[in-house]
Write a protein that binds this ligand. Structure first.
Ligand code: PRX
Length: 653
């Protein structure tokens, strides 16, 4: 029996408690039913909870594969996330409770945030940024990252956040792809007791970024060993955040943005070597972010909400920044690693701030499981009431551990399926409604139409198929920056003649109760510890090394990371395989892309298994990497290649 069948035999079901239901925003099926019949009316109602400067004329214009939402309407995202909370009882409410890895702590109220966002917006203006300009943000997990995003939104600049763990090359490519005018960074950040030299990385990247005119640098390290010499400042180009702040006016009039104006670009991996700049707009995105945050996490004013994602990923955008702040929530933000200085850091934080809603990734949950319950039991987690999971399929064992050890069998678990492209959660339980099953993301969010199709676009009622979204939704991506054709080809061309069907790239199964079980990507995209990485990106990084002639990369199952990277490499003449070359290649990939892409295994091989037309058969490489019997090898040009690879791989293990 394979893993999928084991998964589908999961019959345990966990209904919400009567106590939870009684207080939940949503406690019966009416929201799903009503939104199912009239999705536009549902989304219009949710959009109406935002502050608009001018009301929209049309809820949705759908000319497949193009959707526009709330056309004619105008609003400003920073006003919705900050200004509208400062006139009432939320004015002095904690917006962000921040903790740095070394232990420094600070709380920003909504009023604090308001002041800081205005100042930051004026700093950007002072540096010549105007509406529509692109601003790159390459930051550690400090509050200034959120402030920088909101400041861009305030003046109508388009931000592109680049994860602080990415290499200078990755940063450079993203800046150049969308032509950023300004980069916001910090001197450094802290991770596992080490400093991450962000400004130095940025300087390296900027050697080849002709569009960057100015760099705004936050001094993160002032509380630690740092001083101004940690970052070398280039006269005229670089400016300290804390100094420029003193020179600008305190109030910045928010820009009136069209609902369809671009809010941000976020790069994510696809099946080619070049990451895609996913474009999200203003009105629809914020509507999706705000509504899902409220209903999926049953978010209330008195909650202390903690999403552990980094600001560099879509989860950090939608569920650390825009969704919770639009709801006026109190959010916890933590800079560092979960095991620093010890493996109970997260639970210490939950206890210290009384976290009530906790949202993390299965890879983290599996690590907590491995570290053991005693680290959790040292702390009082009695305030927790909702637990969330995102980023990859959660195995039932990890789900049960989360339920028992963290949630004490009291807290509903919401396993949320979505993507950078979808902008907000698409398939998920609602904690006061759904009887959850360990390992299933359950059913589409109200107003979302998701189903399973076969390759001919026939619907699959029960069984396995390709996930498809059959109706537009407000927070959907609008295009890929600079490559609109790729938008059409990647997402709306899977089913011939059906540009109305969105293809996310995932396979799933539907059980007898209509619940969906996401199985993972069906394309050449890997999911390593919840991070999305294209096999081609890693292959390009490998062949960039002078010793490598050809490389093929596949994912293999990994207990903690979900997937790990296995690479098969053929060397150029004159190079010989060795342990040190293997280490060098692993480091080379980390240097080119970032540590998250470092391969676990590298196997040297004289040849790679190819079809007669020269295509590398990754399917067979996956079989080898996962130690399975080889699948069909009849289409191989030279079947002996794969047999010898298998022997070598097993010998190496
Ligand atoms: O394969 C799915 C997986 O993560 C992919 C999206 O990655 P990214 O754009 O980086 O966004 C991650 C955070 C939203 C999806 O195509 N994925 C995400 N959530 C789940 C998931 N797989 C299974 N279950 C989930 N809950």
């Amino acid at each position: 029996m394979n893993d999928i069948d084991v998964l589908l035999q999961e019959t345990r079901s966990f209904p919400p408690s009567a106590e939870f239901k009684a207080k939940a925003h949503v406690h019966d099926s009416r929201l799903h039913d009503d939104a199912g019949m009239a999705p536009h009316a549902f989304w219009a109602r949710e959009a109406a909870t935002l502050d608009w400067m001018k009301p929209w004329e049309t809820v949705c214009e759908w000319t497949p594969p193009r959707a526009k939402w709330f056309t004619g309407g105008t609003l400003n995202v920073s006003v919705n996330c900050v200004d509208r909370h400062i006139h009432g009882p939320r004015r002095n409410k904690a917006a962000l409770i921040w903790e740095g890895e070394p232990g420094d702590r600070r709380t920003w109220t909504y009023w604090d945030l308001y002041r800081e966002v205005n100042l930051a917006a004026n700093m950007l203006k002072r540096l010549g940024v105007t509406k529509g300009d692109r601003v790159a943000i390459y930051m550690p997990m400090i509050v200034e990252s959120v402030i920088a995003m909101l400041a861009c939104a305030r003046i109508g600049a388009i931000h592109t956040v680049v994860f602080g763990g990415f290499s200078p090359d990755s940063l450079r490519d993203r800046i150049n792809d969308c032509g950023c005018k300004v980069l916001i960074t910090a001197d450094g950040g802290y991770r596992r007791g080490q400093t991450v030299p962000l400004k130095r990385n940025a300087d390296e990247a900027l050697k080849e970024c002709p569009t960057i005119e100015h760099v705004l640098v936050v001094m993160r390290r002032r509380s630690g060993v740092g001083d101004e010499t940690f970052a070398e400042m280039q006269e005229g180009r670089d400016h300290w955040w804390h100094r420029l702040k003193r020179q600008v006016p305190k109030y910045c009039e928010p820009e009136e943005m069209d609902a369809e104006d671009v809010l941000f670009i976020l790069y994510t991996s696809g099946t080619t070597g070049k990451p895609k700049g996913i474009v999200h707009t203003t009105g629809g995105y914020l509507t999706g972010a705000a509504a899902t945050t409220k209903y999926v996490f049953d978010l209330k004013d008195e909650d202390v909400y903690w999403c552990t994602a980094d600001i560099g990923w879509i989860t950090g955008h939608t569920y650390l920044t825009y969704g919770p702040l639009a709801n006026g929530a109190t959010c916890v933000m933590y800079e560092g690693a979960p095991d620093w200085p010890d493996k109970d850091r997260f639970w210490q934080i939950c206890e210290r701030y009384g976290v009530t809603v906790f949202y993390t990734a299965p890879t983290a949950i599996r690590a907590f499981m491995k570290w053991g319950a005693p680290f959790v039991e040292k702390h009082d987690l009695s305030q927790l009431r909702v637990l969330g999971s995102v980023g990859e399929p959660i195995n039932p064992e990890a789900w049960m551990w989360y339920h028992k050890v963290i949630g004490k069998e009291r807290c509903p678990i919401v396993d949320t399926w979505w993507q950078t492209e979808t902008g907000s959660i698409m398939i998920t339980p609602l904690p006061g409604v759904t009887s959850t099953k360990p390992g299933s993301a359950t059913t589409p969010f109200p107003g979302i139409k998701a189903t399973l199709l076969d390759s001919q676009a026939n619907e699959i009622a029960v069984g396995g198929g390709l996930l498809a979204i059959t109706h537009p939704w407000p927070s959907m991506l609008r295009t890929i920056w600079g490559d609109d054709q790729r938008y059409v080809d990647t997402y709306f061309s899977k089913w011939e003649g059906r540009p109305d069907l969105y293809f996310p790239g995932d396979g799933a199964k539907r059980d007898d109760d209509g619940f969906l079980w996401i199985l993972g990507r069906v394309d050449d995209v890997l999911n390593v510890a919840g991070h999305r990485i294209g096999t081609m990106e890693v292959e390009s990084a490998l062949v960039d090394h002078p010793a490598v002639a050809e490389a093929a990369v596949v994912g293999k199952s990994h207990d903690l990371k979900g997937q790990a990277i296995a690479a098969f490499v053929t060397l150029r003449a004159g190079f010989t395989q060795s342990g040190s070359l293997r280490d060098e290649l692993r480091e080379h990939v980390a240097l080119k892309i970032g540590a998250l892409a470092r391969p676990d295994d590298i196997l040297f091989s004289a040849d790679l298994p190819k079809t007669r037309s020269g295509k590398i058969m990754r399917r067979l490489l996956r079989d080898i990497a996962e130690g399975r019997a080889l699948g069909d090898t009849t289409t191989l040009a030279d079947p002996s290649v794969v047999a010898s690879l298998k022997d070598q791989y097993e010998a190496q293990e």
